[in-house]
Design a protein around this ligand. Sequence first.
Ligand code: BMA
Length: 822
Amino acid sequence: MKRTSLNGLWQLRNDATGDLYPATVPGVVHTDLMAAGIIDRPYYRENEREYAWIAEHSWTYTRMFEVDEASMGFEAQYLVFDGLDTFAEIRLNGVFLGETDNMFRRYTFDLTSLLRAGRNELEVTFHSPTAQAAAIAKQIPYKIPYTGEREWFITDTHRNLIRKCQCHAGWDWGPAFLTSGIWKNVTLYAIDGLRIEDVKPLQFHTDNHVNVQTALYLDVVSEDTYEITVSLAGVERKETLNLPPGKRTVIVELELENPALWWPLGYGAQNLYQLDVAISASGKIIARHPLRIGLRQVELVREDDAHGQSFFFRVNGVPIFLKGYNWIPVDCFASRMTREVYADLIGSAATAHCNLLRVWGGGIYENDDFYNLCDEQGILVWQDFMFACAMYPWDDAFLANVTQEVTEQIRRLSAHPSILLWSGNNECEMAIDWYTESRADRERFRAGYHKLFIETIGAIAQAESPNIPYWPSSPSNGPGLYGDSNATNRGDTHYWEVWHGGKPFSEYLTVHPRMSSEYGFQSVPSPETLRDVMDRGDFNIASPMMDYRQRSAIGNRAMVEHMMGEYFLPTNFAHFAYLSQVQQAMAMKIATEHWRRLSPVNMGTVIWQLNDIWPGNSWSSIEYGGKWKILHSVSKRFFAPVLLSLAKIDTGVEVWATNDGPTAVQGHFTLEARDFSGGVIREWRGSYTTDPCTSTLCLTLPHETLASLGDLHTFFLVLRGDDSGDGLFNWTFLRPAKFCALQKPAVSLEISADAQQTQILLQTDRPAFHVWLDIPERRGTFDDNGLLLLPDSPKRIIFTPKDQRGPVQPADIRLTHLRDTY
Ligand code: BMA
């Protein structure tokens, strides 16, 4: 077999004007127009509106390529597009090859009788996605409703009728760029004998023994006797088979004794193996397909219990408390989705002790880099299929299209040990109750939903991937269990009453889910991140441009309103951004610590959301460009495997020890009441012994004990363990911060830097709260940040730069703490 990449330089034509531009494949029209200087930065101010016309046009990509005589000697020639976004017509030398309508599918064309020796011309015309969706909508006799029809910038996209990344139509954290283009690789295959389309290893575990069934999906061009060799972990199996032409599936079984298993982060090593597949005919190897896999067993445990029904995962028999974030696309434009961006974000998740990322259903099935990095770092993946916040069609053509999509994606991703769960969609089950049309005709929409997500996708997942659980929707009660999909006593829960419902942060403490798979609170990114997309006059939370960058219906008011209950309103924008991030971190800390304390009744905390698609206000913990918000630093502490936390309950304060790790832990702690000059006014000591996946209540301070020390706004509580783990230092105010008698601290920094690292010694004369170190012009991470600094405990912080700009200078560092903001 010979592979020729057809990536690289193509030519792009605007079909309306005939204008021509150089183009890059993989890529999309927007990035080509940017490179050609036709459009400016798409995320800058209101450029999104300016560039809406791009989605209304049709665009043609062309390229010439040479085929030599030697290549023409092969038995067959196939052209494979790994991804076309979305409505494409393909021609070779003017001959129509076919058309496409699903961005998530791979398309293969047989060129054997069409390819010429010498010069060939390949042409791909993309039709307007908005026009196509409108045409489909006209053919459907009733309305299939979706969220975002009127709310976001481009209206009436009918995004739910087309198999394209749903958030390309805009979302409540991102812009509408309905892209078109060849967004993945294009390859020409010259084939003798057969081609391996996919390799899908399934693994079945019994006591230290793994049966690996590797399914080879073959496209056989000519009948022959083929020798298939599959090897893994030193075990090899050969099969000799006569295969006639056509699509063939061959399953090769291997038996492994005591292999080293793959474990999620915090539970063991991420052992990975190479699975080699080679096929030969007449003694010559004609196809190879190496894959990296990990061996692990996954179970979703749903058992009736005193609280309803459990919902948790075991990996290799060990219950895993899921901690992490929801993941959205890293950019609107394919060519910017680089491995470097993925590595940075996934590395940041692992540093914050995350063991899970949920690939949310309104985005894309992620690039291979994403899953490879998750495999390497021990991050489990909750994989939604790409449907979100809408009703979807269930006619035969739609189901056939989705069947192909889902089958291909399962086969593509199955080797990754990080895959924990296939999940049908995001919030579509709940959404049956959201829209006038679906409420009025509930049975019809429910039947359609059932057909798509249970009978079609669920059945495919079960057949293709029987060893990975399938969950119909997030949130859901389970397959076919309709009613309150977001119930807290079973299945997973999205809890949004604090952000969307405007309830106080304390409301989190009233919620007792089995698995909290979405909850979040917004913040404003740093001024440096916004500087690329806004002008000087825009830097005010009430500016029209800030309104424009806010896509959640309740807007920036929600942030301001919560802030007014807890803090003084800052007078400058940098402080507003800082305080919004403090507030977000505290909301997530309260919720996460509470839900971790509920383990093992609750078995997961998955925050909405890790990353951003553009620089804007959102629920993310990491800004567009990779800079950590305060939440991300704080989550490194509240996600730590062993956590000491303080619960403010109606009758006082409790001290809890939570242990997610695989073995029991024990230790001692000190709880101090300190006044705002930093002096200890009272101290309590205690100890804990906590089993895996449980929490223990270690100490209760009744309200009367606290009140006996003085007014609650005159002191605060500090909790420290006898070790130095990320989760073993904690603290709390006892009243909203604005009522607390904070004193102005004098914080000093001593810096020693070389090119690799900067050490910062922080000291203070008074307690300094939410101390935030920032090096606005540099890229890098602090090993601790967003912290409490006490006069008697200087802190040494290490900054590791990600850029190559030499040692950090003292003047580069900016320090902010709560008392600075008023
Ligand atoms: C959810 C998600 C997203 C949304 C987020 C914030 O429930 O599934 O659709 O962006 O809330 O509103």
